[in-house]
Design a protein around this ligand. Sequence first.
Ligand code: SF4
Ligand code: SF4
Length: 362
Amino acid sequence: MGDSIWQSMQQKGYSRREFMQLCSAAAAAAGLSKSAVGQVASAFEKKAKPPVVWLHYQECTGCSESFIRASHPVVADALLDVISLNYSETLMAPSGFQAEKSLSDTIANNKGKYILVVEGAVPTKDGGVYCMVAGKSALQSLKTVAKDAAAIIAWGSCASFGGVQAAKPNPTEAVAISKIVDKPVINVPGCPPIADVMMSVVTHILVLGQLPALDSQGRPKEFYGRRVHDTCYRRPNYDAGLFVESFDDENARKGYCLYKLGCRGPVTYNACSVTRWNEGTSNPIQSGHPCIGCSEDGFWDNEPFYQHLASFPGFGIESTADTLGTAVGVATVAGVAAHAVLTTIRKRSVIAEVHAEDHKES
Ligand code: SF4
Ligand code: SF4
């Protein structure tokens, strides 16, 4: 049996306090209550680090960049301490035959125990020849490695939904990995996804011995259960009908809502507004960029990104990811448009009333 997380942290000179900090962060990331920190600590003390095989197919490797550049010390350190990364084309030291041996040894010695992480879509056209690693197509290797995996995580929008490769006209007939394997897949979409989510998923598997609760699109509910719009700090401006009209205008400088610049926050499920990036410093909307819906199925085909589309079918403001399902991903927001129009009318009438009052007084 391999080292436990605590053993491996001790070897690296971490203190017990730092270990407990990791356990607290892992419990929080996994959506567990404070009282579960002891349970996490016990699991991290006793259980061997789960072996991980990380495969790369059709993608840009931005998801790995997000993962390894996680600047939050706990996430960055802990993730690499919590898992035993046995095979990863981009992160491992060995290459060539040595790397291939590492992959086959991991599968042979850890049947039913290793976690498979997949980054990128799988091309299916012409027998899958458009993505080959070590003489094997992505199609072949995915089936082989998935067969004995304890859990499968699709890391990023390409692995989860096909991503840019599957955008029209999809020349290689790229598909999500869930279309290839016949086991449950935990989809962690985003372009790129948020590193903390990986921490949560791995902690769930390790501590609770189960997959986290997933929504209808296979995404962990803890992170994808709410729309970006629901937790957006610009939301009060949306509700007040205060919108940015063009990039860098006066309203943009005031931090008004980006809906009129095409923001897909109202139909996008992700934790960007809550978790954020760079030690929780910021997120795209906070930087003045509208959400383009990168964690939704087929988002690349929902262009143009910087115009709000008038053809979204209506949706209830209280809808959940489960009830909305995939229909939302390809649509836009008549409901939101109506809201925006009504709010603007309401705002204008309030302004008109105030002006009328002013005239009366003068
Ligand atoms: S439309 Fe976009 S910018 Fe406006 S409140 Fe919603 S998520 Fe935030
Ligand atoms: S704000 Fe929207 S487009 Fe940007 S990362 Fe989050 S979900 Fe993706």
